[in-house]
Design a protein around this ligand. Structure first.
Ligand code: PLP
Length: 484
């Protein structure tokens, strides 16, 4: 059971005061509830003792007691004799994830897409291929040679010469990130991440002992180049996790010169760089069928680079999340090390799913062309709806990815996310994508959902915003420090 210090909880709470007219104990309970629902406080974590939290927040112990009592009454906290106050969900007996986003709520906490139509026909063709594999054991931590070869050919075609032995098939990109973290990290190692970043990658790095060091990415300016250089030099990270194309959540792509410089910084420090390409081929600046394929990040390295560059990807966004197939591209030695680590957790990717993906790769480019057009239409639809209903928000116009990283103009993202729930919308507050409670001014709004759902989500946000905006916003000193 992990214990949360009063300092860590205060940092995760961010600026919960001053933006609500509710009594302090109720506002505190509300914010803790949101942190739990948002996944920012782990289930089973032990909250700090009332006295310590009271001292940290400069509040009376009675206020903390009342907040904890309210959380206990609503089922978010359980007090166990001798074990303190433990974070729980109120939905006993139900699967917790279902309970976090119940079916009657619109779930915009995930940027997901419906499957491309080609999946059904590919599955039929794959079943015709299956008999050829039925004589084999099916246990294979590296993956089908034919699929590894097809992916290697695609990397080569995109400008990164690759051999089938340099590819491992995984159960999605998240699995790939987890395997790499387990293989490469030891407790206390530093891992460089973007800020904001994809939260489940940060969780995988942290779960494997990493201390995260952030580098800023903004919708206006992209990557903070000086910050990158200094963070590499000062922290000498073991590993760096980047999304250089169509970054989640900002939608930015890294300029070529900065890729080269980043690779040089990593080489100097001996850092292994992971480029996550899950969104890599979902840029929509050019929708023509013969648009030049996006070269992988690792293609920016000279052939003689000393940097260790790893690419992860999947068909989770390009084709369908329900096909749990992803991959790692790395040097042979690393692929072999990961395979040895993998045996302790899983024994390979389902063969049938691999065959479906093999079939889809045979005709991948038209799928990507359709996907990009769908996403650009979604972006335009969301921008138009937000401009009409929430004109006070600052909206970027990303050229790729699945989400809009909206600037709300005030540090109220958590408050807004909580109010949106009451309007039937589940959406992750900005701090979910950062560390230590930053990004209260930001909200990630996906445009990957169909237009009618986007409209419903914007209506819910507008209604929630009305409620939040009615409370006077008091800017405390810590609000100012939060701007990243
Ligand atoms: C940047 C990024 N990487 C990885 C993943 C996980 O992908 P997969 O579904 O292939 O596990 C996601 C899913 O949202 C993502 O946004």
């Amino acid at each position: 059971m992990s214990s949360l210090s009063a300092r860590a909880l205060a940092s995760a709470l961010g600026s919960w005061r001053g933006i609500s007219s509710a009594p302090a104990y109720a506002a505190l309970a509300d914010r803790i509830r949101l942190l739990v629902l948002d996944g920012r406080l782990a289930l089973g974590a032990r909250l700090p003792a009332e006295r310590e939290l009271a001292a940290q927040l400069s509040l009376s112990r009675t206020t903390i007691s009342a907040a904890y009592a309210e959380l206990r009454d609503s089922g978010y906290l359980e007090s166990l004799r001798g074990s303190g106050s433990i974070v729980r969900l109120p939905f006993r007996g139900a699967a917790p994830l279902e309970a976090i986003a119940p079916a009657h709520l619109l779930d915009f906490s995930k940027a997901t897409l419906p499957a491309v139509p080609a999946v059904a026909a590919a599955a039929e063709r794959a079943s015709a291929l299956l008999p050829a594999y039925l004589g084999e054991s099916g246990f294979d931590p590296i993956g089908l040679r034919a699929l590894r070869q097809a992916l290697a050919d695609r990397f080569t075609m995109r400008g990164l010469p690759t051999d089938a032995d340099e590819v491992m098939i995984t159960v999605g990109a998240q699995h790939a990130i987890g395997l790499l973290a387990r293989t490469l990290l030891s407790r206390g190692d530093r891992a460089l991440v973007e800020s904001p970043s994809y939260p489940h990658a940060s969780e995988a790095l942290r779960a494997n002992g990493a201390r995260l060091v952030p580098v800023a990415v903004t919708t206006e300016d992209g990557w903070d180049e000086l910050g990158l250089e200094q963070t590499f030099q000062r922290t000498s990270p073991t590993l760096g996790y980047l999304m250089p194309d169509n970054h989640n959540p900002t939608g930015r792509s890294m300029p070529v010169e900065l890729r080269e410089r980043t690779i040089a910084f990593a080489a100097e420090q001996g850092t292994t760089l992971i480029a996550d390409e899950t969104m890599g081929e979902l840029g929509f600046a050019d929708l023509s069928a013969d648009a030049r394929p996006i070269p992988p990040f690792a293609a920016s390295a000279g052939a003689d680079t000393r940097a260790r560059l790893v690419t992860v990807g999947s068909v989770g966004k390009t084709v369908w999340g329900g096909l749990r197939v992803g991959w790692i591209r790395a040097d042979r030695e690393l692929i072999q090390r990961i395979a040895r680590v993998r045996y302790s957790s899983d024994l390979g990717t389902p063969v049938f799913d691999q065959l479906v993906v093999l079939e889809l790769l045979g005709d991948y480019d038209p799928i990507l062309v359709d996907r990009r057009a769908y996403l650009r239409a979604g972006r335009d639809h969301l921008l138009a709806a937000l401009r009409a209903r929430l004109p006070q928000w600052t909206l970027p116009v990303p050229e790729g990815g699945l989400t809009l990283w909206v600037n709300l103009g005030a540090p109220v993202s958590s408050q807004l996310a909580l109010a949106a729930r009451n309007e039937g919308l589940v959406i992750a507050a900005g701090p979910r994508f950062g560390m230590n409670g930053v990004f209260e001014r930001f909200l990630r709004v996906p445009f990957s959902h169909p237009p009618e759902l986007i409209d419903r989500a914007v209506e819910a946000l507008a209604a929630a915003w009305n409620g939040v905006a009615r409370h006077p916003v008091v800017f405390a000193q810590e609000d100012l420090a939060e701007v990243v």
